[in-house]
Design a protein around this ligand. Structure first.
Ligand code: PEP
Ligand code: MN
Length: 684
């Protein structure tokens, strides 16, 4: 053995020891969870405590950052661990029999997505299963009804293609109950028997859902005919059996590998976050302990009266039940009449929920409760742009209190806008981006380089700013530069790098859109679309942005009044998109000590005149690194809902805005002190 080999062998031995230590600690953690479950069993409280979970996640992420390891990696690992703890406690409370073998029916063949989802569901409950695939959804349901299976796992909706009508039809027609749900991230690929160019493929086999979820990708292969197949994994098998290199299939990479196919393209779904939600069906309803967070699903037909749907919804909201899904479908055999599929958070075992359902039955024409079951597919709780706890003592709260009490400005100030006017809406508009809330009481920190320059640069910046408390990753890819000879940005390729870095570090991304024809494409990938100062009055661009369902970060024009700025926001809002975040970034004045004059008074004025959130960009506002942090702190004290700050791993080498970009330690210092600045209590 060479010296190098023996060195590696020794290090691997060390690694093995650490790994076994990790497993031992997980076992130890699991024992403690079990003891906690035992205590909770005696009490009436819910088993899930979102505040405690958040505190655990924040605690371990902070510790990771201190130790110099990725906080987002540690967060991901602990989310899994916490999820498992909740499942473990739920199993105990519900007295689930572990070790029992269950017969499960699914649609498709081995390696189909339904197969994978069914396995995941069983694993989460500590059960072993004998899984059988059936050609159609109906066949799988029939197997359950005939007693050949105890459970059937069927897909009910997909986040790209929507509800699966056939499965809803089965639920409507048969006495079947939902006893559980599972989610699966669908990761489609295109595979064939040989590594052929896409242009040589003349036929694409898949389940119609597979075709639908990859519609955009398939448009790039107009020569290929779509051949519907009963199942994605079956389509893979058929392609393997045919041995025709001109035939390809869409399905999971696992199914491609199981059939020894060559993957021609990976990740071909229209949206990267393509999830399918599966329901677990049984012949009988399964009561669930009231301490387990549950969802209830039902089918509803409303009375033929004015306001009938509203009355039904009021029954749910009036009794404190939050609705997670409402979908209308045609009522079979009754042209132009509709029924509704409703999911809400609640459990029929709870007397309050049972009473609400009784009330609903009398308000509606028909109600079929499909079951109450432990919830899996819930939106992640939002982070309201939190900062570490601030010291309270030196707070000038009384002074700021006086600001809050300032008299409202006279009404009818401007005829240029009405929807963004505070008069149209008293409450602050709060915009959700990923799990971050912008507006209201939150303070969102958006940070990153002026321009995306390379994969290493954006990844390193993303990781650093995330670990130091940033909520959103910024990065320009189309750059509005004063000189046509300056670096113009990496364009679409840069956008891919930015989005990938955001995903890796668990942050939504914001980037500037410069032209009308970029809007639709950019809206598919970026979470927030920025309008630069030079484009504030590009009315065509604003109108186009009003048509997409993406928040718009509207920078103030460098020589615009606040009234002109709000009128520009009105252009977006008037088209239907209410998600506008205003950003003060400095204006042109005779002062030349700073690049622009940061108008912090705009924060107070905008908060009074509009309900839209307003953030501050102290980087472009001052143009000098040294002034960025003080202006960021001042922005928070003035009542801004967040900041947008430029950070670069090596500011002196930045390809744009080098002078104003913060180095990582400077950003860390900014964040440390920011937490000590009390947020302005001024509201409106
Ligand atoms: C930017 O944010 O990088 C930018 C170009 O900003 P502004 O439009 O405010 O100059
Ligand atoms: Mn810049």
């Amino acid at each position: 053995m060479s010296e190098q080999q023996s060195g590696i062998a020794g290090l691997r031995q060390d690694l093995d020891e650490v790994d076994s230590g990790i497993v031992r600690l997980i076992a130890q953690r699991s024992e403690i969870i079990s003891a906690i479950a035992q205590v909770k069993e005696q009490g009436p409280g819910a088993i899930q405590d979102p505040a405690r979970e958040q505190a655990v996640l924040d605690g371990v992420a902070a510790m990771a950052a201190d130790l110099g390891v990725s906080a987002s990696l540690v967060r991901r690992i602990f989310r899994e661990l916490i999820g498992d703890s909740v499942a473990q406690q739920a199993r105990r409370l519900n007295g689930d029999a572990t070790g029992h073998r269950v017969r499960v029916a699914f649609q498709g063949v081995a390696h189909a997505f339904s197969d994978a989802a069914a396995q995941k569901y069983l694993a989460g409950r500590g059960l072993d299963g004998d899984l059988t695939g059936y050609p159609t959804f109906r066949d799988a349901a029939d197997a359950l009804l005939a007693g050949q299976a105890e459970l059937a796992v069927l897909p009910i909706e997909n986040t790209t293609a929507g509800s699966i009508n056939e499965v809803y039809a089965l639920l409507r027609e048969h006495d079947l109950f939902i006893v559980g749900e599972e989610t699966w991230k669908v990761d489609h690929c295109l595979a064939a028997v040989a590594d052929v160019p896409l242009s040589a493929v003349t036929q694409v086999l898949s389940h119609p859902q597979g075709h639908e979820q990859c519609a955009q990708f398939l448009r790039s292969m107009p020569q290929a005919a779509l051949a519907p197949y009963f199942d994605t994994a079956g389509a893979m098998r058929a392609v393997a059996e045919r041995r025709d290199p001109a035939a390809a299939a869409i399905g999971s990479p696992e199914a491609a590998a199981a059939n020894r196919l060559v993957i021609l393209r990976r990740n071909i779904s229209d949206t990267e976050d393509n999830f399918t939600r599966f329901v677990v069906l049984a012949r009988d309803a399964a009561p669930v302990d009231v301490r387990i967070p549950c969802k209830t699903s039902l089918i509803l037909v409303t009375r033929h009266e004015e306001g009938a749907l509203l009355r039904c919804l009021e029954v749910l909201s009036g009794s404190g039940h939050s609705m997670t899904k409402l979908e209308s479908r045609p009522r079979p055999g009754r042209p132009w009449e509709y029924m509704f599929f409703v999911d809400f958070e609640g459990n029929v075992a709870n007397p309050g929920t049972a009473a609400a359902l009784d009330e609903l039955r009398s308000a509606a024409l028909y109600v079929k409760v499909l079951g109450s079951y432990p919830a899996k597919a819930l939106r992640e709780p939002a982070r309201s742009g939190g900062l570490p706890a601030a010291p309270q003592d030196e707070s000038p709260a009384e002074m700021l209190e006086a600001v809050a009490a300032a008299p409202a400005a006279p009404a009818g100030r401007s005829r240029h806008y009405k929807l963004v006017d505070r008069a149209a809406r008293q409450a602050d508009t709060v915009i959700r981006v990923g799990d971050v809330l912008i507006g209201g009481d939150g303070f969102a920190v958006m940070a990153g380089p002026c321009s995306v320059e390379s994969e290493e640069q954006i990844n390193a910046t993303a990781k650093f700013v995330r670990d130091h408390g940033a909520h959103v990753l910024r990065g320009g890819v189309f750059k509005p530069r004063t000189s046509p000879y300056s670096f113009q940005g990496l364009g679409w390729q840069g956008l891919d790098l930015l989005v990938a870095a955001g995903r890796q570090s668990d942050m939504p991304v914001v980037t500037e859109v410069m032209a009308v024809d970029q809007v639709q494409r950019m809206a598919k990938a970026a979470d927030i679309l920025q309008v630069g100062t030079r484009n504030m009055q590009n009315f065509d661009l604003l109108r186009e942005l009003g048509k997409v369902d993406r928040p718009v970060l509207l920078k103030r024009g460098l020589s615009s009044t606040i009234e002109e700025w709000l009128a520009a926001a009105e252009y977006v809002v008037a088209q239907g998109n209410q998600q506008v975040i205003l950003c003060e970034r400095g204006i042109r004045t005779y002062e030349s000590a700073t690049r622009n004059t940061l108008d912090l008074s705009a924060v107070a004025v905008v908060r009074e005149r509009s309900h839209l959130p307003i953030i501050v960009d102290p980087s472009h506002g001052t143009g000098s690194r040294a002034y960025v942090a003080p202006m960021a702190w001042a922005a928070r004290a003035a009542g801004a809902h967040g900041i947008l700050v430029e950070v670069h791993p090596e500011p002196e080498h930045a390809l744009s805005d080098s002078e104003q970009s913060l180095s990582p330690p400077e950003f860390a210092a900014l964040m440390r002190h920011l937490a000590g600045i009390p947020a302005s209590p001024a509201r409106g």
